[in-house]
Design a protein around this ligand. Sequence first.
Ligand code: A2H
Length: 257
Amino acid sequence: EGVGPQEYTAIKLQVRRWSPEAQQVIDANPALAGKNVYLVAATLRPETMYGQTNCFVGVGLEYGLFAINDQDVFVCTLRAARNMCFQGFSPVKGEYSQLGAIQGRALVGTKVTAPLSQYTDGVYVLPMDNVLATKGTGVVTSVPSDSPDDHMALQDLIKKPEFYQVQPEWVEPFEPVPIIDTPQYGNMTAPALCKQLKINSPKDRVQLAEAKELAYREGFYKGTVLVGQHKGRSVQEAKALIRQLLIDANNAFIYNE
Ligand code: A2H
């Protein structure tokens, strides 16, 4: 990690309804009036976007609101906005345009549209402890069927909603969706692996690293897509096709760092 360039797919999750705390920040800032605002999540697995159930932010992180053009505003870390402004995502190349800032904590409870997700009425922004400020955009879209980190973070939120200051109805109704079938772990790769490796908490970092590696390999080399217009294709084939479908719909773009 952190060595050499990394190519991500950046997914645009449009804000449908701010949390009350975020709404106050937005209302106080005239530069944001009438804009389309997106939380931008960096992923290595665009083919899993059918299984999005929520979006994660770090509650201790600060997020910027960056103008991309006259209409669109991205929510991400300053670090990501600096990178993006050299990749065509700012009004002036090489310069970012920051309109405001908002704390991760305030974003929790915001409802966003997750492209391709089966939850078409939107999904919620939730807290995750392991979101790094030094990677991607600081926003992680969550696919608990196929990501052990996402699955364990959600299990912890279900166990301790008060501790995390989340409403159970932001979490519980959004069950993992079967989207990829694998010979070894079936259609719920991440939950199956976490169970097999006896992972009990998002703090079991060593076992989670192993689960991630196994899930990634099994999914990529042996997985079959179960949903969408590339249903029946191998993940190896479908990955680039699904990414292109997201890009063509203007729901995603390539982001390098
Ligand atoms: B992946 P790499 Cl289904 N902090 O997307 C922590 N994790 C982050 C992050 C950050 N700032 N930014 C991105 N990520 C996550 C999907 C997925 C991902 C699946 C399975 C595995 C998986 C849905 N979440 O990642 O260190 C994002 O989660 C396993 C590594 O740059 C992103 O892809 O390799 C991945 O980590 C990027 O991690």
